[in-house]
Design a protein around this ligand. Structure first.
Ligand SMILES: [Zn+2]
Length: 152
């Protein structure tokens, strides 16, 4: 195999891995959109403008991949065209020796960053929570408002 062939193979492999990695976020995006769409319908919304999501650093979700996947999953739903605002949540553990919560930095070795004691209690960092959605009222309701203004 010459260098060009090897390079081509490597590129195909990398691309396949990237697609496989995105499929995880894509399935999460579909799941999120399903929840958001149902909530918006229950609220009588015409469409969803913004989805606020809390994402833990240890949730196992790549933020960029989720941002990429969200509009694909939202197509044809009330969330189509909505912005996805992600609030990152740091990893926090409780250290028994320090008797205090401590924040871990990547690569998230479960030891207290202050005293070095192994820690087991995770306080936060695995969140994948829809915090809020901003919706637009239904067109029917708006029409009713306009009607009321036009004919007081
Ligand atoms: Zn400690």
């Amino acid at each position: 195999m010459d260098c060009r062939q090897a390079a081509k193979r490597a590129r195909v492999h990398v691309r396949t891995c990237a697609i496989l990695a995105w499929m995880h976020e894509l399935s999460i995006a579909y799941n999120l959109v399903e929840i958001v769409d149902a909530a918006a319908r229950n609220a009588g919304a015409a469409r969803v403008n913004v989805v606020h999501l809390r994402l833990g650093a240890m949730a196992g979700v790549v933020e960029d991949a989720l941002q990429f996947s969200f509009p694909i999953a939202a197509t044809g739903t009330l969330a189509e065209g909505a912005a996805l605002v992600i609030e990152p949540v740091a990893v926090q553990v409780y250290c028994d020796r320090c008797a205090a919560p401590q924040t871990l930095a990547p690569p998230f070795v479960f030891r207290c960053p202050v005293c070095g004691q192994p820690v087991v209690r995770l306080l936060q960092g695995r969140e994948l929570q829809i915090e809020a959605i901003e919706i637009e009222e239904s067109a029917a309701e708006k029409e009713a408002d306009v009607h009321a203004t036009a004919h007081p």
